[in-house]
Design a protein around this ligand. Structure first.
Ligand code: DQA
Length: 146
């Protein structure tokens, strides 16, 4: 099946951006690891990062037509602000898991609210780059259990 991994704003800076919070892995390294794991399980994984809300909305809308079966998304700062991106996910009605490297609940109060969690199949946060890996395992299990 086709799995789409979406990364929100500033995640292009992973590796150099607040490494104490977000770790040392780069986005390319994270994507490569996910890609390899998905391929080994017989799936096709693609990734997309943007700093622009409308580009993420457009990519989610495109997922309705390109055969995407499952989405992993780290909406980054848009987690706490974007009704538009939430609405796009509701519109395509594809199952998705919300991912965060950090644990937003252990940080500033404004990070505690997510526009995505109530729509997500589940949320994985707080495990650094491993959050993506755990979310992918959950997705693979879902995809193999009809
Ligand atoms: C984040 C948490 C968000 O609060 C923050 O705005 C990010 C990254 C995370 O992965 O921990 O940019 O989504």
């Amino acid at each position: 099946a086709k799995i789409l991994v979406l990364h929100g704003p500033n995640l292009n800076l992973l590796g150099e951006r607040e490494p104490g919070i977000y770790g040392h892995a780069t986005l390319d390294q994270i994507n490569a690891g996910l890609q390899a794991r998905a391929a080994a399980a017989g799936h096709e994984l693609s990734d997309f990062q943007s700093n622009a809300e409308h580009e993420l909305v457009d990519r989610v809308q495109a997922a309705r037509r390109d055969g995407t079966a499952f989405i992993l998304i780290n909406p980054a700062a848009f987690t706490h602000t974007s009704v538009a991106l939430r609405d796009a996910l509701a519109a395509v009605a594809l199952p998705f898991i919300e991912v965060h490297l950090s644990n937003p609940h252990a940080r500033e109060p404004f990070r505690a609210h997510s526009y995505f969690s109530s729509l997500a199949l589940g949320v994985v946060c707080g495990f650094g780059a491993d959050s993506y890996g755990y979310a992918l395992e959950a997705a693979l299990k879902r995809l193999s259990t009809p």
